[in-house]
Design a protein around this ligand. Structure first.
Ligand code: DHB
Ligand code: FE
Length: 278
């Protein structure tokens, strides 16, 4: 039976890609963020995942306003990262965990989540950066199931619905017959807003409470509507619904192995959390 071995939550600011490319990890601006990945690297050495399920959001590379699903899942044999215009050099393609993707897709649809199934899908910095942060040599050690959540066009799926999507992902993992260690990723956040009158908005008290809730009270943020959440954490900070989906996939308690929070990386309150089911 497949089981969750860990959950990694991380911000995915595109500038991180440039910092990786230019080798700036130890510069004072970057060090507090990259430092957060040392415990992740140690954990990955001891707990190599067999497969990765990443809850993320696309920023207009694969889906744009013309066709924008609320939920989509990749069922492709491989995923390519394309030039998004952020100056991130392209990365080696990512192998897809096709069989597990189809299993999760079938189970989510039966569980009444209307997933768009993508046998071809470009993946943007919301996937490439967490992967490159985990494996800086960009030799991907595990295939991927990408699960894309709309954070762009309101109404967004509510935080509560994203959590329930996660619960359904958790049930699908538990019913997969092969013995696999699954690493879940929640990509994005925390608070940030890139445009408009509130550009630069950061809400540290909310971020801290949200991070604490991931450990002890994971449904805490499901009390908010999508718009309430945008109000709190900004238009783009709402990406934390990806964290909710990833956390929802672990029904029980978790142990926090690492947690760091640093303001700012670019315009974003950057966070990293690594957790294990207890
Ligand atoms: C930034 C943050 C994001 O999450 C993103 O997708 C793009 C840009 C930023 O802070 O620059
Ligand atoms: Fe983003």
């Amino acid at each position: 039976m497949a089981k969750v071995s860990g959950i990694l939550m991380t911000s995915h600011v595109p500038l991180i890609g440039k910092a990786i490319h230019e080798g700036l990890q130890n510069e004072p601006y970057w060090q507090p963020f990259f430092e957060g990945f040392k415990p992740v690297h140690e954990w990955l050495e001891k707990n190599p995942p067999d497969v990765i399920i990443a809850c993320y959001n696309d920023h207009g590379l694969n889906f744009f306003l013309d066709k924008l699903p609320t939920f989509a899942i990749g069922t492709a044999p491989e995923y390519i990262s394309d030039d998004e215009g952020w100056g991130i050099p392209s990365m080696p393609k990512f192998p897809g965990a096709e069989d597990l993707s189809w299993h999760i897709r079938d189970n989510l649809v039966r569980d009444e989540f209307d997933m768009v199934s993508c046998q071809e899908m470009l993946v943007d910095h919301s996937i490439t950066l967490p992967m490159a942060l985990m494996w800086p040599d960009q030799k991907w050690r595990a295939p991927l199931v990408p699960i894309c959540i709309n954070t762009v066009l309101t109404p967004l799926p509510s935080p509560s619905r994203c959590y329930r999507l996660g619960e359904a992902i958790g049930r699908a993992i538990a019913s997969y017959p092969e013995d696999l260690n699954v690493l879940l990723i929640g990509s994005g956040g925390l608070s940030h807003q890139l445009e408009g009158e509130r550009a630069g908005h950061i809400n540290q008290p909310f971020d801290k409470q949200f991070m604490a809730s991931m450990a002890d009270d994971p449904k805490w943020a499901t009390q908010f509507s999508d718009i309430d959440l945008i109000e709190q954490v900004g238009n783009e900070g709402v990406e934390l619904i990806n964290w909710l989906a990833a956390r929802g996939a672990v029904p029980g308690q978790v142990r926090v192995l690492h947690s760091s929070y640093h303001i700012p990386i670019s315009n974003t309150a950057a966070a990293v959390m690594l957790m294990e089911p207890v």
